[in-house]
Design a protein around this ligand. Structure first.
Ligand code: COA
Length: 423
C-alpha cells in the first residue's frame, strides 16, 4: 500500500519534525498514539481506516515526531468523502482524530499540522472540509458550524406502544455483503430528499458491513424483511457514541406499519443490551423520528459539523448546475448580470448570462458589492443550514441590499441535510 506514497517531512525546529506515515510500523504506533490521546477504540479504528478503508490514503495521515526519541507528539488526518449537494457531487476532506500529548499542548503543533492539511486540501482540489470537533477550537482555522451532527432525540422505552399483530410479519437480521446492492438502492431512496447527503459507494458499504470492529462506533447494519422474505428496509445501530441509550445511526424511510415494528425491535434490543432509552440520530423530518415524536420522543439538541471552504470560487463553479437550476425556477430566470459576492477579505464576481453562470471571478479585496458576508458565515448559507435572515439576525455585518437580497435567497435556500457515517 505504500508504493504510491508521496513522502512528506518538514522540520519544525526544537527537535520536532512533521511527517506522514510511510510504513506499517507507523500505522501501529499512530494507532497506539490515538488510543492514548482519545480512548482505546481508536486503536482498531485507526488501523482499519488506514489499512482497509477505500477512501483513505497514507499520505493523509500526518504526525509530529520528536526526532531524538522517535515519539509521536501530535497528529491529525484527512479522510476523503464524497457528498451530494443536490445533484452535484463534491469532494470533501474531513479533518479527523486531532490530538497532541498533554505536555506539548499550546505550542502550535496542531496549527502546524493544519497548515499541511490545508496544503493537501488544495493539492487534492477538495471542495470543502469538515470536522466533528470540540467546541470553538476550529474557528481559529476557518471552520464554522454549518450542518447538523449527532441529533439527540430520546425515546423512552415505556412510551413505545405494545407489539401489534402486524409486527409478527417483520423479520430482522444482520446485513451481509450480499445485501449491498439492495442497501445501495434503499440508501438512494431514503436520502433522495436531503439537500446534502454523503455518497455511499459499494466499497464503503463493504467497509461498514464487513469491518464492524474497525468502525468508529461499532456500527451494526440490520435488514428488515416481511414474512415472505421481501425487503422492507434497513437500519443501523451504534454500540458506542454519545449518551447511554441505544443509538439509531441510520434508517430507511419505512412504511408506517414497518416503522412501528422497527421501533419495537429497537426497544427489544435496548432491553437486551441494558440500554435505558433509544437515541435517534436521524435527519429532522425522518419518518422514524416523526413517529417517535408522536410517542413523546424529546429533543436534547443537535450539534453541528464545522465546515471550512478552502476555495469559494472553485466551489461556486462546481455547484453552478444547482445554482442555474434555482435561478431557472425563480423570477430571475434568464439572469444576465454580474453580481458581486463580497466576503470582506475576498470578493467574487459571478458573471451570469442568459441564466448560466459563465464565470466566477475572484477579484481579491474590494469595497464593492451589494452582498457582504463575513467569510466564515458563508458556509452555513451556502449549505442551506442557516437562512440569510437568520444570519442577519445575529450578525449585523451580513449586509445585503435591495434586489440582491432576493437573489441571495434564491441562490441559497435552506435545506434539510444529514451526513450518515462512512466508517
Ligand atoms: C485540542 C488539542 C488538539 C489542541 O492541541 P495543541 O497542540 O495544543 O493545539 P495548538 O497549540 O496548535 O493550538 C492552536 C491555538 O489554539 C489554542 N488552543 C489550544 N487548545 C485550545 C482549546 N482547547 N481551545 C481553544 N484554543 C486552544 C492554542 O493556544 C493556540 O493558540 P495560538 O496559536 O494563538 O498560540 C489538544 O488540547 C488535545 O489533544 N486535546 C485532547 C484531545 C482533543 O480534544 N482533540 C480534539 C478532538 S476534535
Amino acid at each position: 500500500m505504500f508504493t504510491s506514497v508521496s513522502d512528506h517531512a518538514r522540520p519544525l525546529g526544537h527537535d520536532l519534525i512533521l511527517k506522514s506515515i510511510h510504513s506499517e510500523q507507523d500505522i501501529d504506533r499512530l494507532a497506539a498514539f490515538n488510543a492514548h490521546i482519545h480512548d482505546e477504540r481508536l486503536l482498531p479504528m485507526t488501523q482499519g481506516l488506514i489499512r482497509l478503508h477505500p477512501n483513505s490514503r497514507p499520505e493523509y495521515w500526518l504526525f509530529v515526531e520528536e526526532v531524538s526519541t522517535g515519539r509521536i507528539i501530535s497528529s491529525l488526518c484527512l479522510i476523503p468523502w464524497h457528498w451530494r449537494y443536490e445533484e452535484v457531487v463534491l469532494h470533501a476532506g474531513e479533518m479527523g482524530i486531532v490530538g497532541t500529548l498533554a505536555e506539548y499542548r499550546h505550542r502550535g503543533l496542531i496549527r502546524a499540522l493544519v497548515a499541511r492539511f490545508k496544503e493537501l486540501l488544495h493539492e487534492g482540489q477538495f471542495d470543502l472540509s469538515m470536522i466533528e470537533g470540540i467546541p470553538y477550537f476550529y474557528r481559529q482555522f476557518g471552520y464554522e458550524y454549518a450542518l447538523p451532527l449527532e441529533a439527540q432525540w430520546r425515546l423512552q422505552l415505556h412510551c413505545i406502544p405494545p407489539a401489534s399483530e402486524a409486527d409478527k410479519s417483520y423479520r430482522f437480521r444482520p446485513a451481509t455483503e450480499a445485501d449491498i446492492p439492495d442497501l445501495m438502492r434503499l440508501y438512494e431512496e431514503s436520502t433522495r430528499d436531503l439537500g446534502i447527503a454523503m455518497v455511499r459507494t459499494a466499497p464503503i458499504w463493504a467497509y461498514l458491513v464487513n469491518h464492524v470492529s474497525h468502525t468508529a462506533n461499532l456500527h451494526e447494519t440490520w435488514m428488515v424483511e416481511d414474512a415472505s422474505g421481501a425487503l422492507e428496509g434497513w437500519f443501523a445501530t451504534d454500540q458506542m457514541g454519545f449518551g447511554e441509550g441505544l443509538i439509531v445511526a441510520e434508517s430507511a424511510q419505512f412504511k408506517i406499519e414497518a416503522a412501528g415494528a422497527v421501533l419495537r425491535e429497537l426497544k427489544r434490543m435496548a432491553l437486551e443490551r441494558g440500554k435505558p432509552d433509544i437515541r435517534l440520530n436521524l435527519p429532522e423530518d425522518h419518518l422514524l423520528l416523526q413517529l417517535a415524536r408522536q410517542w413523546h420522543a424529546h429533543d436534547q439538541g443537535t450539534y453541528a459539523w464545522q465546515i471550512h471552504l478552502p476555495d469559494v470560487g472553485r466551489l461556486l463553479t462546481r455547484i453552478a448546475p444547482v445554482l442555474e437550476r434555482r435561478i431557472a425556477h425563480s423570477p430571475f430566470a434568464g439572469l444576465t448580470q454580474t453580481f458581486t459576492l463580497n466576503l470582506y477579505r475576498e470578493a467574487y464576481n459571478l458573471h451570469w448570462q442568459n441564466g448560466k453562470l459563465r464565470q466566477v471571478e475572484s477579484i481579491g479585496f474590494s469595497e464593492e458589492g451589494a452582498v457582504r458576508i463575513p467569510p466564515l458565515l458563508f458556509a452555513p448559507l451556502l449549505l442551506g443550514y442557516r437562512s440569510l435572515d437568520e444570519l442577519r439576525h445575529f450578525a449585523p455585518d451580513v449586509s445585503v441590499w435591495g434586489e440582491a437580497k432576493l437573489l441571495v435567497k434564491t441562490l441559497f435556500p435552506q435545506m434539510t441535510s444529514f451526513l450518515y457515517t462512512q466508517y
